[in-house]
Every structure is written in structure tokens, then in C-alpha cells.
Design a binder for this molecule. Structure first.
Ligand SMILES: *Cc1c(COP(=O)(O)O)cnc(C)c1O
Length: 366
């Protein structure tokens, strides 16, 4: 049992608000796939999936074991595994997960296993590379794929999809449009070969924001569900889902000249008070937040991190804050705080969220 006092509260109402915000941008028939990979962007993929299971059409995870955890929680919603590996294909079938097959090596391995198992019409997804050059078949692979698939009844193509390289960046509009065009051309060619119609999808969160007319049959929403849009204005209309809270473990009174923490990185210039908080870089707070660059909130007042961020603790300046040992500390509870942490940590919000470590206790508040 995890009884760490540093707790990440996942705000269910905020998740639902954000989901509805994107639903309102979409055609009524457009399906929604909620991306819950990487522990639901650093929260808890199973708790998020449990909460969203009757509100979305699909889930996506990156790797098979993330999908298995969701199935083990008895959640029946279809789950797309975005980046399966050959060694996980048997588990994917055992847990009724749906693999993305992105090259001939994994397609053939899957067909091999599927025919040995006597599977019929097992749902799979085919990914096409339209310019990200990360995963996916080329348009020129279509005829070879078709030759392979014509010989078998073991699988059914549940969807054809691709991924944009710079959907958030309007300076790359021309490139994104060329990806959309290429996707249309690929799917048009492919659909002619089938007597049924798989789902088509290409948009992630910022794709929905910038290229809503390319929503096809489904969109894949990750970061937006967790409260971040393309810009400040949009983010303000979304609600923060990740709230990291802790408590004051101990307060020290410091005389002028006394130091705090490893390497004596902070030295009190005047008589001061420091509070020690049980959250550190092992919980996902970058060392870049040390030495006054990051802050927490205690009784709604900013307390700067002083000295170095330790593995298990930070110390903050509470000279001007009336607080006691045991009082609540907010590490972040708003997109602005997460953006500040990301800026200071030299990274993007995606990384700040997914850095929250498994040691932090996770709870979902409905
Ligand atoms: C992670 C991921 C998404 C979600 O992207 P967001 O920007 O978080 O909405 C969608 N599609 C694929 C293929 C992904 O890997």
C-alpha cells in the first residue's frame, strides 16, 4: 500500500469538462479515443480509464503492458496499442488489445500468430507514415499489404491512421496540410481494396484545434484531456486535472549565515524560516527548480524552493508565511504552475506530467 503523503489528485470533473470541451468542437458522429499512455500522462492510466470508460469510444496506450493493466481492472472499452513489439503480440491477443501494425515485420508476425491461433477477424490497426518518419507504412506498401491480407480471414482492419508532426505549430501549416493530403490519398487508395470501411483518424489534441476539418471518423486526445490546449487562451478554457499536494514535514528557524540543504546551496542573509516538504527529484521534480527557480503554495502564498532539490525532499522559504508542521502544500494545482515548472525545467508540459513518479500516491476525485 502506498501511503506517501505526496499525493497526485486526478480531478475527474476536470477530465469530464475537458472531454466535453473537445466534443463540442467535433461533429456529433466523430468518435473519441482517449490517450491514457504513460500512466495517463503521469497520473494513473487505470483510474483515468475507469472514469472515462463509458464516455469515450476508444483508449490508446503505447505499450501492451499498459493496456493489460486496464484490462485487469475489468475495463472492456477497445484499446489501441500504439507501439507494440513482437514479443508482446501474444499478450495483446490474450488481453483482447488491438495492435497498431506499422511495418511488414510486425504485420507478418501478427498474421503468423493469428493464423496459428485460428483467429477470425481480429481487430488490428494499420499506421501510415505521412511525414513524421517515426512509425508506419508508406503509400507504396499498400499493394503488398493487400496481397498479404487477401490470403487471410484472421484479421480485420479496424482503422487506418497516421500522426501529424507539428500539429500545434501554425508556422508548419503547409507541412501539416501536406500530411493531411497524403493521408487522404492513402486511405482513398486503400478503401478501394476493401469491402468494408475501417475508421480513419489522424488528429491529436492540437490537430483537433488547428485542423478540425480533418477529423475523419475519430480523433485521439491526450494532453487536452489533461487540461492543456495549444495556447494560453485555450488552456484557460480547460481545467487542470493533475493536482500534486504534500504537507510540511518540519520547520526550521535559521540564523543569519546558516545554510540549508546539500552543498550549503542556500545561505540565510537574514533570520529566516524554512519548511521541509516530502517531495523531491525522485517524485518527478527537476533539480532545475532548486535555488529559487521553483515555488510551491502554502496557504495560497508562494514559497520559493531554496537550495538544491533533494531526492526525497525540497526545502522552501516560509519566512513570510504563517504555517505549521503538517499544513498542506500545493506543488501544483493549475496549468500556470505546471507551465512555470516546465519552463524552468527546460521542457514541455508533456514531460513535466509524465515525470511524476510511481512513488507518488495517485487518487481520482470524482
Ligand atoms: C501520444 C499520442 C497522441 C496524443 O497526443 P496529444 O498531443 O497528447 O493529444 C495521439 N496519437 C499518437 C499516435 C500518439 O502517440
Amino acid at each position: 500500500m502506498n501511503n506517501h503523503v505526496s499525493v497526485l489528485e486526478i480531478d475527474g470533473k476536470a477530465l469530464e469538462h475537458n472531454l466535453n470541451y473537445f466534443k463540442n468542437k467535433l461533429n456529433e458522429a466523430t468518435k473519441i479515443l482517449a490517450v491514457v499512455k504513460a500512466f495517463g500522462y503521469g497520473s494513473d492510466g487505470v483510474l483515468v480509464a475507469e472514469f472515462l470508460k463509458n464516455k469515450v469510444d476508444y483508449f490508446a496506450v503505447a505499450y501492451a503492458h499498459e493496456g493489460i493493466a486496464i484490462r485487469e481492472a475489468n475495463i472492456k472499452t477497445p484499446i489501441l496499442v500504439l507501439h507494440p513489439q513482437i514479443n508482446s503480440l501474444k499478450d495483446i491477443i490474450a488481453y483482447n488489445l488491438e495492435p497498431n501494425l506499422y511495418n511488414f515485420k510486425i504485420l507478418n508476425s501478427f498474421l503468423d500468430i493469428a493464423s496459428k491461433k485460428g483467429l477470425k477477424q481480429y481487430p488490428i490497426h494499420l499506421k501510415f507514415n505521412t511525414g513524421l518518419n517515426r512509425l508506419g507504412f508508406k503509400q507504396s506498401d499498400i499493394s503488398n499489404i493487400n496481397t498479404q491480407l487477401k490470403e487471410t480471414n484472421a484479421i480485420k482492419i479496424q482503422s487506418l491512421f497516421s500522426h501529424l508532426a507539428a500539429s500545434e505549430d501554425l508556422n508548419e501549416k503547409e507541412f501539416s496540410n501536406s500530411q493531411l493530403k497524403s493521408f487522404s490519398s492513402i486511405t482513398k487508395e486503400f478503401l478501394k481494396l476493401l469491402d468494408y470501411k475501417p475508421l480513419l483518424h489522424i488528429l491529436n489534441t492540437s490537430g483537433v484545434v488547428n485542423y478540425a476539418n480533418a477529423q475523419f471518423d475519430m480523433v485521439r486526445i491526450g494532453l487536452g484531456l489533461y487540461g492543456f490546449g495549444n495556447d494560453l487562451k485555450e488552456t484557460k478554457q480547460l481545467k487542470n486535472t493533475h493536482h500534486l499536494k504534500s504537507i510540511v514535514s518540519q520547520i526550521h528557524s535559521l540564523k543569519k549565515g546558516e545554510s540549508v540543504g546539500y552543498n550549503r546551496a542556500f545561505v540565510a542573509k537574514t533570520p529566516s524560516r524554512s519548511a521541509t516538504i516530502p517531495v523531491g527529484h525522485a517524485d518527478g521534480l527537476s533539480r532545475k527548480l532548486g535555488n529559487g527557480k521553483g515555488y510551491v503554495l502554502i496557504h495560497n502564498q508562494k514559497a520559493n524552493i531554496i537550495g538544491n532539490v533533494c531526492m526525497d525532499m525540497i526545502m522552501v522559504d516560509v519566512s513570510a508565511i504563517d504555517c505549521s508542521e503538517g499544513d498542506e502544500v500545493i506543488i501544483f494545482n493549475h496549468q500556470e504552475m505546471l507551465q512555470h515548472i516546465s519552463n524552468v525545467s527546460d521542457t514541455i508540459v508533456y514531460e513535466t506530467l509524465t515525470s511524476i513518479s510511481p512513488r507518488v500516491k495517485k487518487m481520482l476525485k470524482k
